[in-house]
Design a protein around this ligand. Sequence first.
Ligand code: ADP
Ligand code: MG
Length: 297
Amino acid sequence: MSSPAIEVCDLHKSYGTHDAVRGIDFSVARGEVFGLLGPNGAGKTTTVEILEGYRERTRGEVSVLGFDPGERPAELRVRVGIVLQAGGMYRFITVREAVAHWARLYPHPRDVEEVIAVAGLQDKAETRVRTLSGGQARRLDLALALVGDPELIFLDEPTTGFDPAARRAAWETIRSLRDLGKTVLLTTHYLDEAQELCDRVAIIKAGRILAIGRPQELGVGAATRVRVSWRDEEGRLQEREVEDPTALVHELTSAAVARGASVTELTVVRPSLEDVYLELTADAAASVTADPVPARA
Ligand SMILES: Nc1ncnc2c1ncn2[C@@H]1O[C@H](COP(=O)(O)OP(=O)(O)O)[C@@H](O)[C@H]1O
Ligand SMILES: [Mg+2]
C-alpha cells in the first residue's frame, strides 16, 4: 500500500489547437494533502478532471490508486470522492435527503448525520438545497464527496466564493480529512489556502508546473535571494537581487558616506512565498521558455 495514490507522468491535454496542459509530472503519496496552486486558466481543473476520469488526456501516463482513470474502472468510483468546481445537482430536496441519497450509491457509506456535521451543515439539514447560500452549497458538495468514505478526495477550488468564516470552517474540514488518513488533491488560486493546508504544492501556470515542493521549502528556497533597492544619486530607483547583500550594502553606504550623503529609500527584503508565486505566475510564458525554474521534488 506504499505505492503513490496518484502518479502523473508527462501529461498533456489539448482542446483543439489550444494546449491547456503541456507536460506535467507529479505524484501524491497516500495520506498526503497535495495542492495545485495557480491562476485561472492554468490547467488545474483539466488535470483534476483527467484524474477523475471525466476528461480524456491527449497523452501521458496517469495512475489513480493503481488504476487508469481513463478506463473508468467501477472500483475507482467508490474509492474516490469528488467536489467539482461547479457542483449543485440537487435543488428541491433537503440537505439531509441529498446526503442520504448519495450515500446509497456507495457500498460502505459514512453515517449521514456525522457527514452533515463534519461539513458544518447541522443547522441546515432540513433546508432545501436551492435555498442554500453559495458557501453552504459548497459545503454540501463537500458532504457529498465524503459520504462514500473515500480514501482519495479531489477538491476543485473548494472555498472559492466563501466568506472568511466559511473558508476557515472548510479548512477545518479538510484538516480533519488528513487526520482521518485520507489523501487529498485540491486546487486553489489562494496562496494562503495552499500554505495552510497542503503538505506539498505544485505551482502551475499555462499548463506547466513552475515549482513543486513543501510550502516552506518554496518560501525558503526563494528566501536565499535578497532584494536590495535604493534611490541613486540621480534620484532613480535601483533594484538588485543578490544572495548576500553585505558587499552591495557596504559599497552603497560607504560611497554615500564618502560624499557626505545618505542612501535614500534603502531596503533589503527577503521574498515571501507570496512573492515567489506572483513572480512565477506573472510572467510564466517568458520565464518558462527563457529561464525555466527547476522543479524541486
Ligand atoms: N472544454 C474545454 N474546451 C476548450 N478549452 C477549454 C476547455 N476546458 C478548459 N479549457 C481551456 O483550457 C485552459 C485551462 O482551463 P482549466 O483547466 O479550467 O484551468 P483552471 O482550472 O486552472 O482555471 C483554459 O485556457 C481554458 O479556457
Ligand atoms: Mg478550475
